[in-house]
Design a binder for this molecule. Structure first.
Ligand code: ADP
Ligand code: MG
Length: 709
């Protein structure tokens, strides 16, 4: 039996899991595997706990004198949870996470040992991490990277079948202090934005408060049966299908989105959530997505740095839990052609004390602040949409952005009708707006109430105001959220400083009048970035061009802005990334792109030659024989059909060999058009899938992978 059929039979036999008996649910395990504030208080001497907590709350540097106590407490707590090892958990520029485990074990001689974890071990690590990409930042004689404890993201326990590991979130730098990871610039950018927010709020005479940048990343993913996955070398090696004809029914009935979730999937989701809750990750929403076999998980928003770490853990837990359920979680941006890909909606906002700065307030003063913050963001995104685009430039995302399911590669802002009207009124200044009587006067009028659902209708927009936050929808599902937010924080900080500098010079007697003028100017200078229409339409691409908005279609164009002088100056000014760090990132992204495309090309070629070709040849042989036999038996009917089928197969056989040769040449050339050759080859293979006997087709089909689970 064909192994595809085997998998089908096994899934059929499996049946759906039974519903659990209703048992009362208790949340006592929430955050159990996290070194939380409560745990600190319990395991640390009172004075040390207080010192550590004030470090965390006020963002002060850590007193090295207390590191030893903290390390000891962490070890005691972790060992009680079965941990034997610790690791400095970091996020190198591969886009994933990295860990190297060390046992707490310390021999004391004569076959004896103790378990120990020192302050030094907690604070710095020296993994021999010379194989991580550094983009030329480290020469091989100083290849070492250093990991440094990030006390603002709590340590946690990772469990495995036989034990557990204490994970300490860390930043990863070179010997000379250059960032080699995603966390370092993120922390720097959060700091920069905090400073700028404080400065801006001071302009409004608001008493100092704690600034918190917030993120709620919605994560999309696919699940397929592992039996199919193992028969698809393309999924296994590249994360996406390089071949596969679209099935008659895919997503056109729109019956999967928000549909009732199958028991097998719910069992999986339940376990994922339980594990996430144990890790203090507030997974909140789960649902079926638009494409068949596509799902989403969304947490409650948290402090940005923590939310980014948590999203990395979410992706890992999704993958690992799937394995335990005989499923595979695909996080690639476009695992299946012809159906929706997966993204990661980056919901971002800034809170000042208890006030969400993107929440339109109830009084004129709060509204003045809201509109100033909003104008800063509009300005920042308009001036730097090219850098925002850099962070979504990724080989996997190239198949998704602009594909009429995800936002286009052109960055624009959606404000919704009402807010757009308010902005238009401000811009008109004294004039009367057409939509509503009167004009909005900053600091005097209150905003009209903005119903939240009215702001969330335009799903085609890449950067949408959704009532109390901005939602950037372009990032790919497999990407780290760090990059996007590094850029968002930095460009908004720069814009806030620009406005603050002007506001600081205002005549206090006419604050509102001058603010009105300033916002009017900012809005009229930068309104080109605002677009409330259909981002999928061809007219928008033309209109955006007229407005001078960049439209980088692929990664190769998309990452170029990293090398632009003005952008380097911006990141240097805010101490977020230096020129050498940016150069190294550009190198790494470029190389990673080429490597990925190459791997896909090599694999497509291999599959065409070793998996598809033999089946085509034997099918051709069978058809030709049947034709011959029919002819010699002098049958009257069917000869024409057999002959035309054989011809068709023969033509596709020629095309297959021809396409493989073109791809082989592209792979051998220095700047070969690998993706183009792969597309050609795919068309041939997908046509073959349509005419070859289903019983011998060697690759699981779309209708199986996407519908049978
Ligand atoms: P949807 O976008 O599907 O309508 P929601 O508006 O409920 O869903 O929220 C989507 C995500 O945005 C969630 O992760 C949520 O926690 C997050 N979110 C809500 N408020 C904020 C905020 N102030 N800052 C950052 N993220 C937020
Ligand atoms: Mg959303």
């Amino acid at each position: 039996m064909n192994s595809r059929m085997n998998t089908l039979e096994q899934i059929a036999k499996m049946g759906a899991p039974e519903a659990a008996k209703a048992e009362p649910f208790e949340l006592d395990f929430y955050g159990e595997d996290v070194f939380t504030t409560q745990v600190m208080k319990k395991y640390l001497p009172k004075a040390v706990a207080e010192k550590l907590l004030s470090t965390l709350n006020d963002g002060l540097p850590l007193d090295p004198a207390i590191a030893g106590d903290i390390a000891h407490a962490m070890k005691t707590w972790a060992m009680e949870r079965g941990a034997t090892h610790f690791t400095h958990w970091f996020q190198p520029l591969t886009g994933g996470t990295a860990e190297k485990h060390d046992a707490f074990l310390e021999p004391t001689g004569m076959g004896e040992a103790i378990m120990i974890f020192s302050g030094k071990n907690l604070i710095v690590g020296e993994p021999d991490a010379s194989s991580f990409p550094s983009g030329g930042l480290r020469s091989t004689f100083e290849a070492r990277g250093y990991t440094a404890w990030d006390p603002t993201s709590p340590a946690f326990i990772k469990r495995h079948p036989k034990g557990a590991t204490l994970c300490i979130p860390t930043a990863f730098c070179s010997y000379t202090g250059e960032a080699l990871d995603k966390k370092t610039p993120l922390l720097r950018s959060i700091q920069a934005l905090k400073t700028s927010v404080n400065r801006l709020m001071k302009c409004f005479g608001v008493p100092q408060a704690r600034v918190m940048v917030t993120l709620g990343p919605e994560q999309e993913y696919f699940l397929i049966d592992k039996g199919f996955y193992l028969q698809r070398p393309d999924l296994l090696q590249t994360g996406r299908t390089l071949f596969g004809a679209p099935p008659p029914k895919h997503q056109q009935m729109e019956d999967h989105y928000f549909g009732s979730i199958k028991p097998r999937i719910l069992a999986f989701m339940h376990e994922v959530e339980k594990e996430l809750w144990t890790l203090g990750i507030p997974a909140k929403t789960r649902h079926n997505e638009v494409a068949p076999a596509q799902f989403e998980i969304a947490p409650m928003f948290e402090e940005l740095n923590l939310a980014v770490d948590h999203n990395m853990i979410v992706m890992e837990v999704l993958r690992q839990t799937a394995e335990r359920h005989g499923l595979v979680c695909l996080l690639h941006e476009k695992p299946f052609a012809g159906v929706n890909g997966s993204g990661k909606h980056n919901n971002w906002s800034v809170a000042f004390g208890k006030q969400n700065l993107l929440e339109p307030g109830a009084d004129p003063h709060q509204n003045a602040i809201f509109l100033t913050v909003l104008s800063s963001i509009i300005r920042g995104v308009h001036l730097h949409s090219d850098v925002l685009r850099v962070t979504t430039s990724f080989a996997g995302n190239d198949h998704r952005l602009g594909a009429n399911e995800a936002p286009p590669a052109i960055v624009s802002i959606f404000l919704g009708d009402q807010l757009a009207d308010v902005i238009a009124q401000i811009e008109k200044g004294g004039a009367t707006s057409s939509k509503q009587a009167g004009t909005m006067r900053i600091g005097v009028d209150t905003l009209p109430t903005l119903p939240r659902d009215a702001t969330d209708r335009n799903r085609t927009s890449p950067f949408a105001f959704t009532g109390n936050k901005f939602e950037f929808r372009a990032p790919g599902s497999s990407q780290s959220c760090a990059g996007v937010n590094v850029v968002l924080n930095t460009i908004v900080a720069e814009s806030m400083d620009y406005l603050a500098e002007k506001i600081e010079k205002f005549d206090k007697n006419d604050f509102n009048g001058q603010l009105q003028k300033l916002l009017k100017k900012v809005i009229s200078d930068h309104k080109a970035i605002i677009f409330n229409g259909d981002n999928y339409s061809a007219e928008w691409a033309a209109e955006a061009k007229r407005r001078g908005l960049p439209n980088f279609r692929t990664t190769l164009e998309g990452i170029k802005p990293l090398t632009k002088k003005e952008n380097i100056a911006l990141f240097e000014k805010y101490g977020v990334l230096s020129k050498v760090e940016l150069d190294s990132r550009y190198e790494i992204y470029l190389e990673e792109y080429h490597r990925r495309v190459r791997i896909e090309g090599l694999l497509a070629l291999e599959m065409a030659k070793n998996i598809i070709l033999p089946v085509v040849i034997s099918s051709f042989d069978k058809a030709a024989n049947a034709l011959n036999q029919a002819k010699s038996a002098k049958v009257k009917m069917g000869i024409t059909a057999l002959s035309s089928y054989t011809e068709k197969l023969g033509a596709l056989l020629d095309a297959l060999i021809g396409g493989a040769n073109v791809l082989e040449k592209a792979l051998a050339a220095e700047h070969g058009e690998i993706l183009e050759a792969m597309t050609e080859l795919r068309q041939t293979v997908d046509k073959l899938e349509g005419i070859i006997d289903d019983a011998v087709w060697p690759l699981p089909k779309y209708r199986e992978m996407l519908f049978v689970y």
